[in-house]
Design a binder for this molecule. Structure first.
Ligand code: ZN
Length: 171
């Protein structure tokens, strides 16, 4: 039995049992190659936005309120200068690390402004601890500084938490 699907990016029909396939969501598929091209051409912000919506969708499951989440997320970015990766990390910290219940969430992200700074502090401490550990292994401080710059290259998804607030200095 063949499983013919339509590629989300090039629109071509293909058999997902024969060709290398990426499943995008429950009913959306793409050629692996087309998907890889798509990802390669995305900007860092587009990746962050996609990761944010992927995560919130999974987190809230059946209760997910996409319309409200989109509205709030756009407002927080505009009015609070939050970033999508910062908001995602805040939710991870609040629900996964702190183990808070989803009961009062109404399927959306209204908690973020109340805990963003706390989450940021948590990740910042973690980040600094990692730097300290890295420096322990490297005797020459100049070399270790270069390593830090490498970590911040735009192709790497995880950014240090002090970059969450866009107006903040990177140093
Ligand atoms: Zn394709």
């Amino acid at each position: 039995m063949s499983h013919r699907v339509k590629c989300l990016y090039c629109g071509e029909q293909f058999d997902r049992d024969i060709e290398p396939t990426k499943q995008i969501s429950a009913r959306r598929y793409a050629h692996m190659k087309c998907w890889e091209n798509h990802v390669a051409n995305m900007s860092q912000e587009e990746r962050d936005i996609e990761a944010f919506y992927d995560y919130t969708k999974k987190l809230f499951g059946e209760d997910y309120n996409y319309i409200l989440t989109k509205k709030l997320a756009e407002r927080y970015v505009k009015e609070n200068n939050y970033t999508y990766s910062g908001m995602l990390k805040t939710l991870k910290w609040y629900y996964e690390k702190e183990g808070n219940s989803l009961d009062k969430s109404n399927g959306s992200i209204g908690i973020i402004p109340y805990v963003y700074k706390q989450a940021l502090n948590y990740y910042y401490a973690l980040y600094q601890a990692q730097l300290v550990n890295q420096e322990k292994d490297i005797s020459n401080f100049t070399i270790s500084k270069e390593k830090v710059v490498e970590i911040e290259s735009p192709r790497v998804y995880v950014r240090p938490p002090h970059m969450w607030l866009e107006e903040e200095d990177n140093e």
